[in-house]
Design a protein around this ligand. Structure first.
Ligand code: SF4
Length: 431
């Protein structure tokens, strides 16, 4: 039955709040009553809460319905006999389910990557994050009198970011916003200024602004950037507290992220200034991309693009061992997909020749099932999952299940599978 169009949902008292894990904002101010009346907080939230109802996953082997024990047995067998396994998806899993997922990867010495854009760039995320000066989203909301959107579009990637953290009034007074990029991220107004910038100009603009602020005036300024940079520098000079919102997307080399990190660090030596590095957002497949990155970093030393899971030291290969490249190059013959997948991973799986075997542990059926596949249906990740997730700024958010689980939870299924694999560790896997 067609569903009504998504509409804004009203914020409610803290005791009645519901968390949406449709993207890394992990909005925790949703009205549970909105689900019954389809008053969605944003279109992505509508997709998140209805996906498992519209196309529920069914436990199956090679497209034929199977019992959970049959599917678990075959999943374990295919994982144990695979030449090389990739563990991916993951972003819809709470922190508690990531533990058994990593245990499985350890046992199989599997590659791990959630498929985010930051592990697919040659510099990887850590290069830029060394020395990044960041802050919580609420600090941006409450403190920044100047917010600069640097070649990013939160409305497209994090639908409620502006509503929740930019539009609310600053307690200490007014604020200005500036966007640099292909189009304005907010409606034109006296307090919003937009500078048109192409993707290719993002990096030189960053470097020129830093040079201009440091050596003002400099003789490198010419052309369009020559008029933009001094105006930007003047607004920054007049601000009391600056928040620069950036994105890991649209940065194919990672050098813009590195340049912005050094620019913000320089500004932070002069006045309160910080960066809000937005992640993959709604394209991640789930709201816990930051939790996956943190779990992998604590366990393996890097947030993803891990060639082989090894707690003693894993090889971090950004733009080399990321999920899409491993699938495209045919370097994995079995993919264990946990929860939703990014569109790029789904596309890679759909065109892989030969396709890898797929072990999919999920609540939502995929549009293009693999020829050789085991699907293990889980409880709804949106409505019947408890646990915790990390918001993209690092804040821990607790999930509250809305309804009882009708299938085993993701955590339970992964724990059972990990125990099954541990009984028969493969040769070459971790002890
Ligand atoms: S912005 Fe993201 S977390 Fe917030 S309601 Fe929309 S999809 Fe959910």
């Amino acid at each position: 039955m067609p569903r009504p169009s998504p509409q804004p949902v009203c914020n409610t008292a803290p005791t009645e709040r519901l968390v949406c894990a449709g993207c890394g904002l992990l909005c925790d101010d949703l009205d549970p009553g909105g689900l019954a009346t389809t008053r969605w907080a944003c279109p992505a939230a509508a997709r998140w809460f209805t996906a498992a109802d519209n196309t529920p996953a069914i436990t199956a082997i090679d497209g034929v319905s199977a019992t959970p024990p049959e599917a678990l047995d075959l999943a374990a067998l295919r994982l144990l006999t695979a030449r090389r396994v990739l563990v991916t998806g993951l972003t819809a899993a709470p922190m508690e389910a990531l533990q058994p997922a990593c245990q499985i990867a350890d046992l199989l010495a599997a590659a791990i990557d959630a498929g985010g854009s930051d592990t697919a760039v040659p510099t990887g995320p850590t290069f830029a994050r060394v020395g990044e000066v960041t802050a919580a989203f609420e600090e941006l909301r409450d403190r920044a009198d100047l917010i600069i959107f640097w070649n990013c579009d939160p409305a497209a990637t994090h639908p409620r970011f502006i509503e929740r953290f930019v539009q609310p009034a600053r307690p200490a007074g007014s604020r200005r916003t500036i966007s640099l990029g292909p189009h304005p991220v907010m409606p034109a107004s006296a307090s919003h200024l937009h500078f048109a910038l192409t993707a290719d100009e993002a990096l030189p603009a960053t470097r020129l602004l830093q040079t201009h602020i440091h050596h003002h005036p400099n003789d490198l300024l010419e052309g369009r950037l020559g008029t933009i940079v001094p105006q930007l520098a003047a607004v920054i000079d007049a601000a009391e507290c600056i928040g620069i919102v950036t994105s890991t997307q649209a940065d194919p080399t990672g050098l813009t992220a590195w340049s912005l990190a050094t620019l913000v660090r320089m500004l932070a030596h002069r006045k309160p200034a910080f960066q809000i590095p937005l992640g993959v957002g709604i394209a991640a497949g789930g709201g816990n991309a930051a939790g996956v990155a943190a779990s992998c970093t604590w366990r393996y030393g890097a947030p993803g693009a891990l060639a082989a899971a090894d707690r003693q030291g894993s090889l971090f290969q950004p733009a080399e061992a990321d999920a899409v490249r491993l699938i495209n190059r045919g370097e994995v013959d079995c993919v264990m997909a946990i929860g939703g997948l990014t569109a790029t991973i789904e596309a890679a799986l759909a065109t892989a020749a030969p396709p890898p075997a797929l072990i999919h542990i999920t609540d939502v059926a995929q549009s293009t099932p693999a020829v050789e596949s085991v699907v293990l249906a889980t409880a709804s990740l949106a409505r019947a999952t408890s646990g915790t997730m990390l918001r993209e700024d690092g804040r821990l958010i607790s999930l509250t299940p809305l309804e009882p689980a009708t299938h085993p939870t993701l955590e339970d299924l992964l724990t059972t599978l990990a125990e099954r694999l541990a009984e028969h560790p493969p040769a070459g896997g971790a002890e």
